[in-house]
Ligand binder design. Structure first.
Ligand code: AMP
Length: 270
């Protein structure tokens, strides 16, 4: 695996992106990331993984500081997976050139955009930069971060004429979604998170027969969850898969959740 830290070296190394798939990450490589790499491998001959913990998408300094990082271990895993290229730039390298700034409109300020001010502006900013540098036409992203996927499709797919391959969420025992942030959880909280996942999966299941009725009582479920597990739920909402509007239960929809446990913010959708 070639480990590349500068744009200059990257351009020297990769002249033709036709057969290269791109998997952007913030590291802490787990089975969710691996599934994206495998999806790329199945379609392309080569894969470039980026690891960059982007400061501009963290709306809290402390969250950025404590985000789990372990580049050595990541390199070990990626080498074992036979990934061809790893791009690990520093912040100066990514932000050294001028690029467009993004601003979300009011109608996009839902779910995480409502609770993490500036987060998606930061995500769009860094993805715009990464995609300017890495000219792959195939991007692999997870449905775990559904709103991120939605906004990148909306704002960047046309500009870069890139195909965004959405990959399903990988879970531990079909339950809690894998996430680098899980590493910050105490054992006890991980167990709680797993119970919360079962609870939410059950609500989604019930919604198939009693959608509207259930949607009206979601605030009660939210309160129950908060009390039972001593967590703070930011949102619990059924939204349309295509446009992220509140679901009318006629089209495909998902149950979206974000909550704080142990001072760690987890998101998921079912
Ligand atoms: P992150 O390193 O958390 O920024 O994630 C990098 C990419 O991996 C994003 O496209 C995520 O949506 C995706 N990803 C993270 N967790 C999972 C998961 N459990 N299953 C599938 N994809 C995931």
């Amino acid at each position: 695996m070639k480990i590349i830290t500068s744009i200059f070296d990257l351009n020297k190394e990769i002249k033709d992106y036709k057969n290269v798939g791109f998997v952007p990450t913030m590291g802490g490589i787990h089975a969710g990331h691996k599934s994206l790499i495998k999806a790329s491998r199945n379609k392309k001959r080569k894969t470039i993984v980026s690891i960059f913990v982007n400061p501009t998408q963290f709306n809290k300094k402390d969250d950025f500081k404590k985000y789990p990082r372990n580049l050595k271990k990541d390199i070990y895993i990626l080498k074992k997976l036979k990934v061809e290229y790893l791009f690990t730039p520093n912040t100066r390298e990514i932000y050294k050139f001028k690029a467009k700034k993004f601003k979300l409109k009011k109608k996009d300020k839902i779910l995480c955009a409502k609770f993490r001010s500036g987060h998606f502006e930061g995500v769009l900013n860094v993805m715009n930069r990464l995609m300017t540098i890495i000219k792959s036409k195939d991007l692999y992203m997870g449905e775990k971060d559904y709103q991120q996927l939605y906004l990148i499709k909306k704002f960047l797919s046309k500009k870069f004429k890139v195909r965004i391959n959405a990959c399903p969420t990988i879970r531990i025992n079909r339950n809690i979604a894998l996430s680098t942030r899980n590493k910050l959880l105490k054992k006890d909280s991980l167990k709680k998170a797993s119970k919360i996942a079962s609870y939410l999966k059950n609500i989604k299941y019930k919604s198939k027969s009693q959608g509207h009725k259930l949607a009206l009582s979601l605030h009660t479920y939210k309160k129950k969850l908060e009390k039972k597990y001593n967590i703070k739920v930011d949102y619990l909402e059924f939204r349309d898969e295509k446009n992220l509007k509140l679901s009318n239960f006629k089209n495909k929809y998902r149950l979206f959740v974000a909550y704080n446990i142990d001072n760690v913010r987890l998101i998921d959708n079912y």
